[in-house]
Design a protein around this ligand. Structure first.
Ligand code: GRG
Length: 307
């Protein structure tokens, strides 16, 4: 029997569920006795509200692809979900997208009030950096420093904040594809990029792998947001856990608006193919293929997801 014939196929559904459960456990244990209690409650409410946990899983998978152990990357994975959750809380505020529903539950400000929602987001953002700097055992300090750098770039003006500002500025205006791509790459892509880069940095990945992961991240980042735009039109609020049809009501330019649904999907598929191709050299041979399998399957999941 050949070696290939004895290799069990990668069970992505089982991988995703097992990873999600590990992440949920780590998230649950990540918040200490924050005081005052009202702040802790507001932080926990959104952090433990479910969600696909895609960002931490990407971080863990990239760490393993680069030869590290997932447990080394878990504090950073948690940090990435904290930054993501903060961005959702702030995005839902009346001054921004003004939404009532997130992850199937009332938004943070609807439950705790605007001031506490802003502060819970602020506390999650700062706690994220604490997770990396003070809670990551067994990772050399110079690697953690690079991770802090990636997280800062992703969260700040060069990433989420910059993308959000342009997104808000463009509401109600005609936007071309280049501007839309700018918004998507910053608002959504930057954090996904930080996920895979930080996981790989923790494992001490060589520059060539980091470069491949940058290409991978660009592809999945844009594809993710294109699918998000498509689902906003095609899926229900019940399935999405957030208000469907929001882009239309807020008069936002989206890929379906500029290209139509079919071409948008084709573009997302092509981006995922590009992302996977970037990792192909790192998936050659049985051992490498097994390590690359999660990131390759996660890329496909981005276009096949229904929420
Ligand atoms: C204050 C530093 C700072 C940043 C905040 C509000 C903001 C700046 C940026 C908005 C970023 C944002 C909400 C982008 C949308 C990204 C997106 C598609 C979110 C949905 O992600 P999913 O589908 O959600 O992974 P779940 O719930 O599954 O985690």
């Amino acid at each position: 029997m050949t070696a290939a014939a004895t290799t069990a196929p990668f069970d992505f559904a089982a991988y995703l569920e097992a990873s999600r459960l590990r992440v949920e456990e780590a998230l649950d244990g990540s918040l200490g006795p924050e005081r005052p209690e009202a702040l802790r409650e507001a932080m926990r409410y959104s952090l433990l509200a479910g969600g696909k946990r895609l960002r931490p899983i990407l971080c863990l998978a990239a760490c393993e692809l680069a030869g590290g152990q997932a447990k080394q990357a878990m504090p950073t994975a948690v940090a990435l979900e904290m930054i993501h959750t903060m961005s959702l809380i702030h995005d839902d505020l009346p001054a921004m997208d003004n939404d009532d529903l997130r992850r199937g539950m009332p938004t943070n400000h609807k439950v705790y009030g605007e001031a506490n929602a802003i502060l819970a987001g602020d506390a999650l953002l700062t706690r994220a950096f604490e997770m990396v700097a003070l809670r990551s055992d067994g990772v050399p300090a110079e690697r953690l420093l690079k991770v802090v750098g990636e997280l800062s770039l992703a969260a700040g003006a060069p990433g989420l904040v910059g993308g959000q500002v342009v997104d808000l500025e463009c509401e109600g205006k005609d936007v071309d594809l280049d501007t839309l791509e700018y918004i998507h790459l910053h608002k959504t892509g930057a954090l996904l990029r930080a996920c895979v880069l930080s996981g790989a940095l923790i494992a001490g990945a060589p520059e060539a792998l980091l470069e491949a992961l940058r290409t991978y991240a660009r592809g999945i980042g844009l594809a993710f947001q294109i699918i998000d735009d498509i689902l906003d039109v095609t899926a229900s609020s019940e399935v999405l856990g957030k208000t469907a049809g929001k882009d239309l009501t807020a008069d936002k330019t989206t890929y379906p608006k500029l290209l139509g649904l079919a071409e948008s999907r084709q573009r997302a598929d092509a981006l995922v193919a590009e992302a996977k191709a970037a990792l192909a050299p790192w998936a050659e041979g049985e051992t490498a293929a097994a390590k690359a399998a999660p990131l390759l399957a996660l890329a496909d999941y981005i276009t096949s997801r229904d929420r």
